[in-house]
Design a protein around this ligand. Structure first.
Ligand code: ADP
Length: 245
């Protein structure tokens, strides 16, 4: 959040899974430049390389060739321990299926990454964040006692509690009904507008991409189109034109 320039820069990424005849080229030369305090959406058909790209940008996977820098640090040459440390400091991740620990309360889930890092949450920030995500009266509940939308709010709070430089969200509304999904999108949008959060979100929903400031379209491991903020109608038109829906 404190960086003026790009927060994530990827150059000429390729990612090959497997070898020989059965090798799959999931990314075939992708360069991206993620601007701070903006929401970037990544769209594309199933198998186009969206998850692979996200995982590489977040330091969860390494490219076959190419470079990634996060907050000014080149990560592709870091050792595992250094990479883990950098991820803890700079990266938040939200998944489609929430990935909460069932035996922990909402509060315990949210502060777990800090506890693992041996840190205590900043109480003022914690309270502001919890009010912002609307969980103040749900903190002592376990995931099974929360709705899907509330569980995703917990996951978002968990990702934001360490004030990451960038939040990656992989289909964050993919497992939610339409109106709950809309609430989660609003929440993510607010975290950009009010808290200055940087977000990169993979989505196949036009209405989600229409809330972004920047949209990348992937097809067959390449970026085939990039646009700034456009409405849902325009997103659908592009998806149609590119045949990447
Ligand atoms: P998307 O997120 O757009 O659906 P992915 O990044 O998951 O696309 O996958 C891109 C391509 O790489 C697909 O052809 C997929 O089958 C392949 N792929 C993804 N993960 C693996 C893996 N671990 N091993 C082999 N192939 C993989």
């Amino acid at each position: 959040m404190e960086h003026d320039g790009s927060v994530v820069i990827a150059t000429d990424l390729t990612r090959r899974y497997g070898e020989g005849d059965t090798a799959v080229d999931a990314l075939r030369g992708v360069s991206v430049d993620i601007a701070p305090q903006r929401m970037t959406a990544v769209m594309g058909p199933s198998g186009s390389g969206k998850s692979t790209l996200m995982h590489i940008l977040a330091g969860l996977d390494r490219p076959t060739t190419g470079a990634v820098s996060i907050a000014g640090t080149e990560i592709t040459t870091l050792g595992d321990n250094e990479l883990t440390k950098l991820r803890r400091q700079h990266i938040g991740f939200v998944f489609q299926f929430f990935n909460l620990l069932p035996m922990l309360t909402a509060r315990e889930n949210i502060v777990l990454p800090l506890r693992i890092a041996g840190e205590t949450p900043d109480e003022l920030w914690f309270d502001e964040l919890i009010a912002n995500v609307g969980l103040t009266d749900r903190l002592s509940h376990r995931p099974a006692e929360l709705s899907g939308g509330q569980q995703q709010r917990v996951a978002i709070a968990r990702a934001l509690v360490s004030r990451p430089t960038v939040l990656f969200a992989d289909e964050p509304t993919g497992n939610l009904d339409s109106s709950t999904g809309a609430e989660i999108l609003e929440l993510m949008r607010r975290s950009v507008d009010d808290l200055g959060q940087t977000i990169v979100m993979v989505t196949h929903e036009a209405r989600a991409a229409a809330m972004a400031d920047h949209v990348l379209f992937l097809a067959d491991g390449r970026i085939v189109r990039e646009v700034g903020h456009v409405d849902q109608h325009e997103i659908l038109k592009i998806v149609d034109e590119l045949d990447v829906g």
